[in-house]
Design a protein around this ligand. Structure first.
Ligand SMILES: C/C=C(\C)C(=O)SCCNC(=O)CCNC(=O)[C@H](O)C(C)(C)COP(=O)(O)OP(=O)(O)OC[C@H]1O[C@@H](n2cnc3c(N)ncnc32)[C@H](O)[C@@H]1OP(=O)(O)O
Length: 663
């Protein structure tokens, strides 16, 4: 509000003062403007509106120049678009990211950008919200000059040089918005955007707003922009997306049950990393590290795997370099078939087969080969980090670094600390994650950590629903309509049914050829095992007949409630156990690692939006119907939150008791 007031007061003064011949608008501390203050949204907004004063800038009869350094995003770029000229530093980033916050650029962005750079380019920028470099902005035509010198000085010089020149062609509101074959263009774009949006409303509304720039005169287009914005501003999706924006930043301020924190734990410098194992995960991790400028020693002891792995890593690095127009990082990777090659690295990431015996042996070997202060990390997706630490001479230097496939693409990294992990080890892994572009979340040590632990009840419910009569397609359709890129069964097919089968075998749950539906004292569905054993694909019907199960009609409401609420319930247990520091950590793990639709904010935020009492009631209902399914038993924390009056999510921590390690 204060910044808006400042802009209004100063612009009015500058425009009306006859002694002022030209005006430069700049930011402070090297940043032009990051846009509206997102913290103001959802509250009563005080201070003056900006659009009227922006129009006063455009209609001024003296040149107004934007000096863009750092960022010009959202309302910041819209302000610049009302200026007559834009001088930009080469390192600046520009964009209209409102769509990522569930909004649209409602200070004229949807009406003015298409007039300046054409409808197709504006559609791309506004519906994706992507940030562009100064060079791309120049190429697209929405900045006038890109410079490497002091931007404000250059803008002042320029502003003085254009005093007295006509400003007619510089007023974007007066430009036409040509769009040949508009109907076909918008139909095609709308179809693509709807597909990509997976139920998010803001991208679709952005397209409608840009269409108004083509079909309506400027003033009416501006009005339509406001009307469309009003439908988004208070929407649940906007709240969820804005929660994600802040949560992504909250998780970087990690803490451990011991009280160690991000701001008191200094990471160790890391320049050279070893990756052990060149399977799918090891290859992706190697690529991610090399692309971030680290030296990598990739070790693979099996010759065929080494040949295939080396080729795959080189191909990925070459292709990425071509795409980005930079030189390839292939030279940063050295390959070896001997474990001794890791002797001089500062950090090792083990990415071998998910087998505890194999990993135990490897950690023992690494502990004797590496320097005493080398950090040893495991890319296990579920195994006990503390047990691995106990195989080494420095258990405090062992942490989990759980990547998600493909590891060079997926944004999530779970950094797993055991009870003996040193804060510095966690700080180092978190920092390395940040360097390679990951959203890193620090979590405690338990079976499956946060993400895979919560996936367990979700996947079991999906299978139970099929036992009871739903087809796999019905389950997947409900989940995909909710916004997941893939339902449970499609996802299992893609990742390989044998992956889960192997884990269940290791857990002693698989009994070949047996149909019993109770294992280890609880309800179990052996359908997945039977599929793997028999290679059969039309299994459920015959299976139900043999089990004497009567099929019933199951609707998408039940699919969603049973799959999602049981997953959420496990999330509450994780918070209770102190495995995750807060609901934001769980939500970011699900948004960045498991395809949870961002516009629904993550599972814990979703629960808060549905209403904790409704989630509790539904769990109680299903638990009565399925008393042999322990994960449907509502968690203590959920009950405690409901009996505390279901506080908003940012106040849950007050109800959660002090975290502790669960193992
Ligand atoms: C209608 C809607 C209109 C007109 C809008 O303008 S909506 C806002 C559009 N703008 C954005 O979406 C920009 C969001 N911000 C960013 O992309 C980045 O923060 C940045 C590129 C501006 C800077 O990035 P970086 O240097 O990495 O710093 P951080 O991301 O860590 O941010 C530092 C702290 O500033 C807080 N922040 C940033 N932008 C905003 C904002 N627009 N409103 C409120 N707060 C913002 C951010 O949360 C960080 O604070 P902490 O969370 O760490 O306390």
């Amino acid at each position: 509000a204060a910044v808006r007031q400042g802009i209004v007061d100063t612009v009015q003064k500058a425009v009306s003062d006859p002694q002022v011949k030209s005006v430069v608008i700049c930011g402070q501390n090297g940043i032009f403007c990051g846009g509206a203050d997102i913290k103001e949204f959802g509250k009563d907004i005080s201070g003056p509106p900006l659009v009227p004063v922006f129009h006063a800038i455009e209609s001024a009869d003296k040149p107004v120049v934007a000096a863009i350094e750092g960022s010009a995003l959202g309302g910041g770029l819209e302000l610049a678009l009302f200026c007559h000229y834009r001088i930009t530093h080469s390192k600046a980033r520009l964009g209209l990211p409102e769509v990522t916050l569930g909004l649209l650029p409602a200070a004229g962005g949807t009406q003015r950008l298409p007039r300046l750079i054409g409808v197709p380019a504006a559609l791309d920028l506004i519906t994706t919200g992507r940030h562009v470099t100064a060079a791309e902005a120049l190429k697209l035509g929405f900045v006038d000059q890109v410079i490497d010198q002091n931007t404000v000085e250059a803008a002042v010089k320029f502003a003085l040089s254009v005093v007295g020149q006509s400003l007619e062609s510089r007023r974007i509101s007066t430009l036409p918005c040509p769009c040949p074959d508009a109907d076909a263009l918008f139909e095609g774009v709308m179809q693509k955007v709807r597909q990509r949006a997976r139920g998010a409303i803001a991208p679709v509304t952005c397209v409608q707003a840009i269409q108004a720039a083509v079909t309506l005169p400027y003033a009416q287009g501006m009005q339509r922009e406001q009307e469309l914005m009003a439908t988004l501003f208070t929407s649940a999706q906007a709240r969820a997306l804005q929660y994600c924006f802040f949560s992504q930043r909250v998780v970087s301020r990690w803490s451990m049950p011991s009280g160690a924190r991000w701001d008191t734990s200094k990471p160790k410098p890391v320049t050279k990393v070893a990756v052990i194992g060149l399977g799918t995960m090891g290859r992706g991790i190697t690529v991610a590290l090399a692309q971030a400028g680290l030296s990598v020693v990739a070790v693979e002891t099996e010759q065929q795997q080494m040949i295939a792995g080396q080729r795959a890593v080189s191909d990925m690095l070459e292709r990425a370099a071509q795409r980005r127009g930079v030189s390839s990082a292939v030279y940063r990777v050295r390959y070896s078939m001997k474990l001794e090659a890791v002797a001089d690295v500062q950090l090792v990431i083990e990415a071998v087969f998910e087998d505890m015996v194999l990993k135990e042996q490897l950690f023992k070997q690494l502990s004797s080969i590496c320097k005493a202060d080398t950090l040893l990390c495991s890319n296990t997706s579920a195994l006990d980090i503390d047990h691995l630490a106990s195989q080494t001479r420095s258990p405090q230097l062992v942490v989990g670094m759980h990547f998600f496939a493909p590891a060079h693409v997926m944004k999530l990294l779970e950094v797993v600390h055991g009870p003996r992990s040193a804060p510095q080890a966690v700080a180092t892994a978190m920092e390395l994650g940040k360097r390679i572009g990951k959203v890193s979340v620090a979590v405690g040590n338990c079976r499956g950590f946060v993400g895979n632990r919560m996936l367990m009840p979700y996947s079991q419910e999906a299978l139970f629903l099929v036992e009871e009569g739903a087809s796999p397609e019905v389950v997947d359709r409900a989940l995909e309509e909710f916004g997941f890129p893939m339902g449970f069964f499609r996802m299992s097919d893609l990742s390989g049914l044998d992956v889960g089968w192997r884990v269940r075998k290791a857990d002693g749950l698989v009994k070949p050829g047996q149909m019993s539906r109770v294992r280890q004292g609880r309800r179990y569905c052996p359908l997945g095992d039977l599929l793997c054993e028999q290679g059969r694909f039309e299994l459920p019907r015959g299976y139900r007949a043999r089990q004497g199960l009567v099929s019933r009609r199951i609707d998408s409401k039940e699919v969603l409630e049973r799959c999602l609420y049981s997953l959420i319930n496990e999330g509450f247990r994780i918070l209770e156990d102190g495995i995750a520091a807060g609901p934001e950590d769980i939500d970011m793990i699900y948004v960045f690692g498991y395809g949870w639709p961002r516009h629904r904010g993550g599972p814990m935020f979703y629960a808060s939006q549905v209403g904790l009492d409704r989630v509790l009631q539904a769990l109680e209902h299903y638990q009565q119907l399925h008393p042999d399914v322990p994960h449907l038993q509502p968690s203590r924390l959920l009950r405690k939150l409901v009996s505390s009056g279901s506080p908003p999510i940012h106040r849950w921590k007050e109800v959660i008791k002090k975290p502790h390690s669960a193992l």
